[in-house]
Structures are given as structure tokens and as C-alpha cells.
Design a protein around this ligand. Sequence first.
Ligand SMILES: [Zn+2]
Length: 449
Amino acid sequence: MYSQMHSLLIKDSALVTGDGKTFVDRVNIVIQGNKIVYIGHEKPSGLRFTHILEGKDKLVLPGIINIHAHGIVPGAPLFSSASAPLPGDQAKKNLETHFNQGTTTILNLDGFAHPGLIPQAKHTCPINLKTATTHYPKAYLAARRIDASGLKDQREEKIEKIIESFPKIVVAIGEAGSGATLGGGVQDYKFIPEMVKKETGVLIDEYQARRLKEAILGKKIASDFYDPERVENVLKEIGLENYSPEWAFDKISQTVLPPFGISLEALEEGAHLAKKYTLPLIVHTAASSIDRVEGISWLGNLLIAGHCNHPSLEMKESIVLIRRLREKGVTIDISTFDTLDSKEREKELDSFFAILESRLADVVSTDYGGGNHSPILKVLELAVSQKVVTLPEAISLVTKNPSHAIPRLAPGRGVIVRGAIADLVIVDRSKISRVKELIIGGIPWRRTN
Ligand SMILES: [Zn+2]
């Protein structure tokens, strides 16, 4: 029904196409139905538009494609620990936050989310939402060794059935491991503070938890790292001077270690499933898991090494690892975490920018640092203003590249060309983090706040 199809004109706007190179100014973009049908300097004639957007002072980008998010599917268990779903409508709010920051496609990496929950979540937000899965035996085992309260008495789903029954929703395997089972961030902001509170009544924050954990097990999470004197000093600094290093060793080990070994083995199991189904595998890359991640680099471009800028890795360590993974064709992802609000902001930004500047990252995503994330466009805006990368390069890391890395996530999207699906974000020309409007499948949406 050509004549009733709605049509939209964006007039006189600047445009970054997403291909990594192209910036053009004062173009007209015509959308019919869900497709981009014209991009150019001519004034399209003979068409009646249902919407006209004035593009002066604006910049059009492909909608952002974020391949690493948690806590966005209402009712879904969280992380590789299958922890209880977020309370109330927090997951819905998290999804809206991503939308308001310019994201039009998002991949849920809470791998125990049942794909049946995805269509319901889509009712609450127009964002194109897909999921990854970790419904396989060793991942279940790791979750049950630490939490699994989000699974309750649900029977274990078989990944074969999950993948075969929901081919349009399940587009990757992951997150294989996560801070929750591999001694990372979720331990620092959730499990360790919960344990300390329960055992001592003392409230510690995520930084203090990380210090204590690293004093006892090191960044690589190894029980032979233990040195009582070092632990005693940290206990004093964080207000636990009445407790002995031996006590701390036992308690931290009991909290962090039970799921650890099996969660590392789950990376390998995930790799074989990825190969079998030709689905990308997204893994938790951190100091504790890098050897295993390298061990499955035979997957080549089916392997996506998640957040290679993880705070447990020193900048140099990250770069050495990334170069080795790239030789095998592995896709390199770096995450914004909560970097802009982090106490270690400078150090985290240095590492993030060093990787960008060396052109070693393929994809930028958010992840969920401490339950929060720094907006992708805000971090990229900073990188561009400091001349770390060009604007077209920065944008391709969150549009074309993620679309290529996970082919079924956002087919037909990621680059603004004739014939592509019209998922666009319209931002302030002088400040790309200021999102004005989103277009998803040809339909314009205003930000919800
Ligand atoms: Zn992770």
C-alpha cells in the first residue's frame, strides 16, 4: 500500500553514515515505510510527507547497537549467577535509559533470560531487543554454586531447544562467565558487601570489596596469592580491624571461589556450542579469565572478547592480549562501564582511549558497571573532542561494526545507505550526547524524558 505508507523527510541535516569514513553536510534523507529511500542534496519532489524534521543544527547517525547490556529484561535472572530479577520496574527503566541515550538495538547478556520474556519487554519500549543465551550445563552449575535465586525451581532449559525455537530472538551465546561467577565486578558490588554486612554488620563499598578480594586472591583469583600481612593492612583500612586475615581468607574464598573453576570451564563449553550453531560467543574478559579466553580463540570471528578494557587489566596487559586475539580474528569489544562516574575515572579513560587510539577496538558497548553505565555517546564525544579518533570512526564502533559482529542482531541496520532499515538517532550537531529524537523502523520517537 505505497500511498498509505508513511513517509518522512529529514531536511538539511549533517550525516555520519556509520561506515567509518563518511561525514556529509546539508543532506536530505527520505524514509518510506521502514526503509531509507533517498539520501542526497536534491530536494525530493512529488512526494507528500507525513512527517518533516528540520535538520539544521542536527546530526543524523545510525541508531546505536549495544551488544553488552544487563538488567534490561523484566523478570529475567541476572548475570551468570542467575541472580533474582531486578525489583519493580527497574529493568524497564534501564531499557528506557538506553533508548534515551540513542540506542535502537540492544543485546541482553543475562544469558538465563528465557527468550519468551523478550516480546513482552518490547511492549514497553520500541527498542529492538534481542538476547544471548547460556542455557547449558556448566553455566547452570556455576550459577547454582553462587546464587541461582532467579531460577527458583524452574526446570533447566536445554540450549538446543532455546536456540532452535527462537531463531529471531536468540542471536548469540553469552555472557559466558561474568563478574558474578569469575570473581569480577558483581562480586565487588554485590556478593562481597552482602557477605560482609551479614557477617560483621559493616557496610563496605565496591572499591573496598575489590581491595579486600584482590589482597586475598589477587586479580587472577588464585588461593595461593594469600599473604596475611597484606590482608591485615586492608582490613584495617576498611574498618574490619577486629577480624583476622584468616577469617577474611576463609570468608572471601567461600564467597568468590565456588563457581569460579566451573565458570571458566563453561567458556569452553560455550565455544563448542558457538561452533555447532555458528552463533557468536560473547565472553567475560578480565584478568581472571584471559588465559581461557585465549584458549578458545580458535573460534576466530565467532568469538567476541567482551570488555577487553576490564579494570582488572592494566592498560599494557589489555593491549598485549588484544593484539594476540586480533591475530586470530577475534572481535574486540570495549565497554564504557560506569567509567565517567568511577573513582578511577582517569585510569579507566586512559586505558579506553589508548585502545581506541591504537585502532584495536572493533566494538564499543556499555556493560553494567556497578548497576550503572556511562552513555556510549558521552564517552565517544569525549574521545572525539580529545582527538583520540575521528567522529566517523567513533560512530562505526557502535553501528556498523556491532551489526557485522552479530549478523542476526540488527540485519539491514548499522549504516545509513539507500535500502537500509531506517533506525536512526538525531543528535545535537555540536554535542552528540544530546539526543533529540530516534527513528526506529521508520517511526519517529521522542525521548521519554
Ligand atoms: Zn562481563
